[in-house]
Design a protein around this ligand. Structure first.
Ligand SMILES: Nc1ncnc2c1ncn2[C@@H]1O[C@H](COP(=O)(O)OP(=O)(O)O)[C@@H](O)[C@H]1O
Ligand SMILES: [Mg+2]
Length: 362
């Protein structure tokens, strides 16, 4: 029979054992074709501690890993440790990898062939080319590594940023609560006002961090923030019986948390001023805030229809802390300009500053 050695002559097998191996050998071709692999039967050469290839079949369904016949080849333990292990212990060995003659990668699977008494008399070896499989594995591994690390890094950073904003917000709220407690103990009106102003500044900053913590991003839509701050101020500052409406109009403007915090403080001061100073003898008042972005330039205007700021007003007057704070924030934090506009009625203040634009928007 093609591909089988004369076993009886080469090994010390019994007739029955020989018959069993022959039975497997007869089916070798179909196993090779089905598994698309080179299939061998090896027997143990006890005296030299080596294995002998006693039968082989090359697959007709794919190319063989071997150019020549391996029949009669002797392999020593160092060369084929898996085969020798399986022959000696009767245990299967799966998934060992090696290099083929063509420098490809092959996988070797070994199962023992036993006689009727359970003695291992030979092993069946399957060797298949897994170069493509390994290549795919490597590609996927590389891909996973790249995706995973980047993704992980991105997700991790977002979580950290979110957590920091959350903590900053909490800390600011604790400070505001402490000031509120202190305010309740102090009686002079001037002192209460100072507390009130400080609390509203801190609360506006807390709002920015709350916004960023909830969304987990580093850019804030200042239109949304301005809306929230205005609502907060109107509900916390107006005198009972007074109706002051605040409307926020115009473009959504996205900017860094640093700039957003400055804007929040500025709008806090300007809206606070309108509420506090513009309507001393009026029960109704309107405040309008407008946002406008043209390329990288942003203009925010705060208008009210109140009594007006008065001609005598000057920023050099150091007693006016609020507007001095606005001036400082616009200059130093926003690198922009602050302007007071002449209005028929009321006060109109605007700030213009540059922001970094998202490349997609350009
Ligand atoms: N919208 C406004 N309408 C009328 N007067 C205003 C307005 N904004 C500011 N002022 C005047 O400008 C002054 C300075 O304002 P500001 O610097 O914020 O100090 P404060 O609000 O603590 O008095 C105010 O005291 C007020 O007289
Ligand atoms: Mg003020």
């Amino acid at each position: 029979m093609k591909g089988i050695l004369d076993l009886e002559r080469l090994t010390n097998l019994s007739i029955e054992q020989y018959e069993i191996i022959l039975g497997v050998a007869k089916n070798l071709q179909i196993i090779a074709d089905l598994s698309q692999a080179d299939i061998f039967i090896d027997c143990l050469l006890e005296d030299v501690n080596a294995s002998l290839v006693v039968a082989e079949a090359k697959p007709s369904t794919t190319s063989s890993l071997y150019k020549k016949s391996m029949l009669g080849q002797i392999a020593y333990e160092e060369m084929e440790p898996g085969v020798l292990f399986s022959l000696k212990t009767g245990k299967p060995v799966f998934g060992s990898r090696g290099i083929t003659e063509e420098h490809g990668i092959m996988q070797q699977d070994i199962v023992p062939i036993q006689d009727l008494y359970g003695k291992t008399i030979a092993v069946l070896i399957k060797e298949s080319d897994i170069s493509q499989v390994v290549q795919n594995e490597n590609n996927i591994e590389q891909l996973m590594k790249a995706i995973n690390n980047e993704e992980k890094e991105r997700v991790f950073q977002a979580i950290v940023v979110q957590e920091i904003h959350h903590r900053v917000k909490n800390n600011l709220q604790v400070i505001a609560s402490l000031l509120r407690l202190q305010m309740q103990r102090s009686h002079p009106v001037e002192v209460t006002e100072v507390f009130h102003d400080s609390i509203s500044r801190i609360s506006s900053m807390a709002l920015v961090h709350d916004y960023l913590a909830q969304r987990g991003i580093e850019e804030a839509d200042i239109k949304v923030l301005i809306q929230q701050i205005s609502t907060l101020l109107v509900t916390s500052s107006i005198i009972p019986g007074q109706h002051i409406a605040v409307t926020v109009k115009g473009d959504s403007v996205f900017c860094s948390s640093d700039k957003a915090t400055a804007v929040a403080l500025i709008v806090n001061e300007l809206v606070q001023n309108s509420i506090k100073h513009a309507f001393p003898s009026q029960n109704h008042g309107e405040i309008e805030i407008n946002l406008r972005q043209r390329k990288q330039m942003v203009t925010i205007t705060v208008m009210d229809d109140g009594c007006g700021i008065g001609d005598s007003f000057s920023l050099d007057d150091m007693s006016s802390l609020g507007l001095n704070l606005v001036d400082m924030l616009v200059e130093e934090r926003l690198r922009g300009v602050l302007s007071f506009h002449l209005a028929n009625k009321g006060t109109k203040v605007s700030i213009t500053f540059p922001i970094e634009q998202n490349p997609i928007e350009i």
